[in-house]
Design a protein around this ligand. Structure first.
Ligand SMILES: Cc1cc2nc3c(=O)[nH]c(=O)nc-3n(C[C@H](O)[C@H](O)[C@H](O)COP(=O)(O)OP(=O)(O)OC[C@H]3O[C@@H](n4cnc5c(N)ncnc54)[C@H](O)[C@@H]3O)c2cc1C
Length: 430
């Protein structure tokens, strides 16, 4: 069970199967460092690891424990790219910066897999590609356009026929699909805990149960207050994503946290494993309110989708996922679903992640729109570049000022209305 979490989000497969991890102490006292990082998810820990490997002194402050946020709860899919297709990225940011953003995001699963290999992180990591199946002709056309877009960037994706998708996924519900060879998948909590271990081994000091309660910029740098300590640093990196709160209220108002949920079966019999995702690709279907699924290292079927702010509706959506899974995959038979959990994803108004300054010495990276496992790892490296003195123009992602979302207080009814509308449009095929 995820500690200090509401029951409907707490029964996590990843927590139940987590590898033993060291206990990181709480900060007690004053400490000086070159860089302080707030938040021990993949973004903060990747930044810490990359900085520590360059010989920079780093302190990581985590309110709970490493991986407590979305990084330890997600679907385990290392997906390449941004939410927007390459031509849209180039149109907005130009060929040079847009090209760098595409190489960063397209290479993000590869970066994560390199870290797994280099630091011997045991997390059931496999890299057989990522399937985006299409449920109708319109979504198939969108996938064909995506394949052409990436081809123009020198990346070959494979379009799959109806029969090929059926063979690779194990269901007849799709009309075709796209296989992106860059995709990978893994046990996300063990990956995050592995990054923490690697960062600590490289010299980063990690403190758990240590919320950063206040931040103040001084002539010399930044000071962070915690319940029983104070960190002075030359620079600070804010990596709190959907859990961003009162430490940086303007950052919190630039994001809409949305619940996302998962359910997982017990380990499936060998014959069923051979019939569902036999190549162990992860898949995300193309409906607007999408479902995404994969098999874990022990042959459990794991499927996720959107949740809701109310616990009762979230429980219904988890029940809905179980129903959809059994409809799509009758092979699951009567294997029970043993886990149901969830967390928050941070949505942004423009669907891009945001690399935004919170003062001259403070940088934040947030807003992965439900796709930050690989991308957060890559953005951690970009943050490490900034904290090591790379000028903003030399970074592989644009630094843009924070844009607060108007009427942020109305986000819950607005998100509900949007999800209802998207479901309706999916049902009507428009
Ligand atoms: C159910 C679910 C499924 C998902 N599936 C996928 C997927 O399959 N593939 C994918 O790419 N992405 C997926 N995502 C999104 C992905 O998990 C996130 O984008 C990514 O993990 C964000 O990482 P992060 O390090 O930026 O933030 P987080 O992992 O959320 O870490 C932020 C940390 O900051 C800490 N914190 C907050 N405030 C403070 C403070 N004041 N002081 C100290 N610490 C603080 C929190 O405790 C938390 O541990 C999913 C998310 C969810 C919830």
């Amino acid at each position: 069970m995820i500690p200090h979490e509401t029951p409907v989000l707490a029964n996590s497969l990843w927590t139940a199967t987590a590898a033993p991890a060291p206990r990181y102490p709480a900060l007690d006292g004053r400490i000086e460092t070159q860089v302080v990082i707030i938040g021990a998810g993949v973004t903060g820990l990747s930044a810490a690891l990359h900085l520590a490997e360059r010989g920079v002194s780093v302190v990581v402050l985590e309110a709970a424990t490493p991986g407590w946020g979305a990084s330890g709860r997600n679907g385990g899919q290392l997906n390449p790219g941004l939410k927007h297709d390459p031509s849209a990225v180039i149109a907005r940011f130009g060929a040079d910066l847009g090209g760098r953003m595409l190489r960063l995001s397209g290479g993000a699963p590869g970066l994560a897999m390199d870290l797994v290999a280099r630091h011997a992180i045991g997390c059931d990591a496999v890299a057989p590609g990522w399937i985006q199946p299409a449920h109708d002709a319109a979504s198939l056309r969108a996938l064909e356009a995506r394949a052409r877009d990436w081809a123009a960037q020198g990346v070959e994706l494979s379009l799959l026929s109806r029969a090929e998708v059926a063979a690779k996924i194990g269901t007849e519900v799709y009309t075709g699909g796209l296989l992106d060879p860059r995709g990978a998948n893994l046990h996300p909590l063990n990956y995050t805990l592995g990054l923490a271990r690697a960062a600590a081994a490289a010299g980063a000091q990690i403190f758990a149960q240590t919320p950063a309660n206040a931040m103040e910029t001084t002539m010399a740098g930044v000071r962070i207050k915690t319940p029983r300590g104070l960190v002075s640093a030359a620079r600070a990196l804010i990596c709190t994503n959907a859990e961003s709160g009162p430490l940086a209220p303007a950052l919190a108002r630039s994001l809409v946290p949305v619940r996302s949920v998962q359910v997982a079966t017990a380990p499936l019999p060998e014959a069923v494993r051979a019939a569902i995702l036999p190549g162990r690709q992860a898949a995300s279907d193309s409906r607007r309110v999408m479902v995404y699924y994969k098999m874990d290292g022990a042959g459990r079927f794991v499927i996720g989708g959107r949740g809701d702010y109310s616990d009762a509706t979230t429980a219904k959506l988890q029940a809905n996922l179980r129903r959809v899974a059994r409809q799509m995959f009758p092979q699951l038979g009567d294997t029970p679903f043993e886990h149901a959990w969830g967390g928050h994803v941070a949505m942004t108004a423009d669907h891009y992640p945001h690399l935004a300054p919170l003062g001259p010495r403070v940088m934040s990276a947030t807003g992965y729109n439900g796709r930050g496992l690989a991308l957060g790892t890559a953005m951690g490296r970009v943050l490490a570049d900034w904290a090591s003195g790379v000028p903003e123009a030399g970074l592989d992602f644009p630094v843009l000022p924070l844009r607060e979302i108007p009427f942020h207080a109305l986000r819950k009814p607005a998100v509900r209305a949007a999800v209802v509308l998207f479901r309706l449009r999916d049902a009507l095929g428009i």
